[in-house]
Design a protein around this ligand. Structure first.
Ligand code: SF4
Length: 329
């Protein structure tokens, strides 16, 4: 299916991400006007190869049942993977189908959900189950429109269900994906703000090889959680380092055994080490959430506007780095 307001890869470059599609405002936030095949192809090839060898074994990846995937995605909203896994199993043991969930009693739902928090979620899930029974013949809808019409489902969750359950080439952008895409393609700006947020979604679709959206989406999430992390990206050994526009990112020289004073930009010029305290917690609703980050104050660009590290996605956060996956709606 074609997705709304998106772009697709074509030819030797991501042709549909053309300059003509961009507003001047968007171009001001973007280092590179075109995403060339020289960036795109290695990204896809190396990332998928890395994923084949390093993917996380998670229970919701063993199924394509839309209901089970939907449950996992709702549970993962703002919640770490290791907390979700046992609850995911318990929840599905008690409510194995949409029908059983639709009939669930509120008190029991809340008891089984505890201690995941954000307790409106199980009630939303029940409403989704009831609506699916009433309006969709007892099935989770397989379209953006159908999913977005459900209570508590936003663009991310809809994309995840379409991608992982129905194998549609639907883009997803959570915080891990946003960080990886921003660093790799040299995007700068605030990932939660309009132009950059829009650009991230465009990129998230542009990097999908036809028919393999479910793979590259999972690969990007795992790579962002395990390699291109917020605090200590493993740039020196990263499989994408030769083509990454932000290589190397040093957010914690100690954690990589490197001297923070050697921190450089993609153009090779030095940057002063950032103090550990220059980031604070932040959050957003419908976009990336995994490691909440807030952009730093702008600083002079030693690259003269080229190859500058993306602001707001390269830095340290006050969150404990965790290979978990938090989700937006
Ligand atoms: S080289 Fe560093 S910044 Fe670039 S993708 Fe790899 S880990 Fe992320």
């Amino acid at each position: 299916m074609r997705l709304p307001a998106t772009v697709r890869q074509s030819g030797t470059a991501v042709g549909s991400i053309s300059r003509s599609m961009w507003s001047k405002e968007l171009e001001r936030h973007w280092c590179t006007p075109m995403v060339s095949a020289q960036l795109l192809r290695p990204f896809q090839r190396r990332l998928l190869a890395w994923y084949r060898a390093n993917q996380r074994r998670l229970p919701w990846r063993k199924t394509r049942d839309p209901y089970r995937i939907l449950v996992s995605e709702i549970m993962l909203q703002q919640t770490q993977v290791d907390r979700v896994v046992p609850k995911y199993r318990e929840f599905l043991q008690r409510y194995p189908t949409l029908e059983t969930l639709a009939r669930a009693r509120t008190a029991e739902l809340r008891r089984i959900w505890y201690p995941l928090g954000y307790n409106v979620r199980p009630l939303r899930l029940r409403r989704i189950a009831q609506r699916a029974l009433r309006d969709y013949g007892g099935r989770v809808p397989d379209s953006y429109d159908g999913l977005l019409a459900m209570d508590g489902i936003g663009r991310y969750t809809a994309g995840a269900v379409l991608s992982f359950a129905f194998k549609q080439d639907a883009p997803i952008v959570d915080t891990n994906v946003a960080r990886l895409l921003s660093r790799y393609f040299g995007l700068k700006g605030q990932p939660k703000k309009g132009p950059i947020k829009r650009r991230l979604w465009e990129l998230a679709e542009a990097v999908i090889p036809t028919g393999r959206g479910h793979l590259i989406n999972q690969a990007m999430m795992d790579f962002g959680a395990l390699v291109c992390t917020a605090r200590a990206p493993r740039c020196p050994t990263c499989t994408l380092r030769r083509t990454c526009r932000s290589f190397p990112v040093f957010t914690s020289g100690v954690s990589q055994g490197l001297d923070p004073s050697t921190r450089t930009t993609a153009c090779g010029r030095g940057l002063a080490p950032r103090p550990a305290s220059d980031a604070v917690r932040g959050g957003q609703d419908s976009a990336p959430r995994a490691h909440k980050e807030v952009p730093r104050a702008p600083r002079p660009d030693p690259c003269g506007g080229r190859g500058r590290l993306p602001v707001g996605l390269h830095g340290k956060t006050t969150n404990t780095p965790h290979p978990g996956r938090h989700r937006a709606h």
